[in-house]
Design a binder for this molecule. Structure first.
Ligand code: NAP
Length: 259
């Protein structure tokens, strides 16, 4: 992760929840939000990953706590919200970052069971997190919801067929929820990463052949980093983005996306 010093302090006094944040992009987002002054609640499925990430972020002097939360489990989502409220007094920012991809291949080759799992984690859990956090955001008279989609949501990858469709659904969820929640002073936006070097993208970034092929599609000629993603999310979570809602920002080094 890029350890350059962050001097913006746009999130002092805010509390953020970030799902799937003990590694990869979620960890990069959690770190950046905390560096900008937010109280951050990190989470993922495994206690040992939560313990390690909390330990490492606290060692950097950041205000972070953590708990286990499998985003598809209702009781885990409630535990996450309640921990944020009991520790930090409320919730201002939700980052819905968790996703799964149990299968590779073209969309119509996807087994029904894999399709259901992909949509349960990537789409349904995002919708439920957003719905269930509303009472907390309303208590603060507003807030921010940010979904993590993918460039595959715009350009479906043949290898990640069903996953890409689930990421397209998040673009629609962002628009629809933004319109519904505008009157409540809640802005809903979305991040669409390109190829970011994490465990999730290992198949695209680990071998020399795959790396070379993937880099040909990236004009900036490098993979994204979790801190690149954290920087954009911190902007969207801050008052600097208070007139932006219903939008998706593509952070992909110039990869082909949309006009
Ligand atoms: P990653 O490195 O594989 O992230 C893994 C993190 O997610 C770990 O903290 C893991 O911890 C947690 N996790 C996995 N399943 C979970 C679940 N069901 N509930 C809660 N936590 C869970 O993945 P990533 O690359 O950072 O991806 C993060 C997001 O960015 C995803 O939405 C992905 O679709 C999107 N994205 C990634 C790329 C890329 O190139 N990497 C590109 C476009 C979009 P535990 O094992 O402890 O649960």
């Amino acid at each position: 992760m890029n350890d350059s010093v962050v001097t913006c302090q746009r999130l002092i006094g805010r509390t953020a929840i970030v799902t799937a944040s003990t590694d990869g992009i979620g960890l990069g987002i959690a770190q950046r939000l905390a560096e900008e002054g937010a109280n951050v609640v990190i989470s993922s499925r495994k206690q040992k990953n939560v313990d390690a990430a909390v330990h490492n972020l606290k060692a950097k002097g950041l205000k972070v706590i953590g708990t286990t939360c499998h985003v598809a489990k209702g009781e885990d989502r409630q535990k996450l919200f309640k921990l944020a409220e009991s520790t930090f007094g409320g919730i201002d920012i939700l980052i819905s970052n968790a996703a799964t991809n149990p299968t590779m291949g073209p969309v119509l080759d996807c087994e029904e069971s894999a399709w259901d799992k992909i949509f349960e984690t990537n789409v349904k859990a995002s919708y439920l997190l957003a719905k269930e956090v509303l009472p907390y955001l309303n208590k603060r008279n507003g807030g921010k919801i940010i979904f993590v989609s993918s460039i595959g949501g715009y350009h479906p990858s043949e290898l990640l067929g069903a996953y890409s469709v689930s990421k397209t659904a998040l673009l629609g969820l962002t628009k629809a929820a933004a319109i519904q929640l505008a009157k409540d002073n809640i802005q809903v936006n979305c991040l669409a990463p390109g190829i970011v070097q994490t465990k999730f993208s290992d198949a695209l970034t680990s071998s020399e052949v795959a790396r070379t092929e993937a880099l040909l599609r990236i004009p900036l000629n490098r993979f994204g980093t979790p801190s690149d993603m954290g920087a954009t999310v911190a902007f969207l979570a801050s008052d600097d983005a208070s007139y932006i809602t219903g939008e998706t920002i593509i952070v992909a080094g110039g990869m082909a996306s949309k006009l």
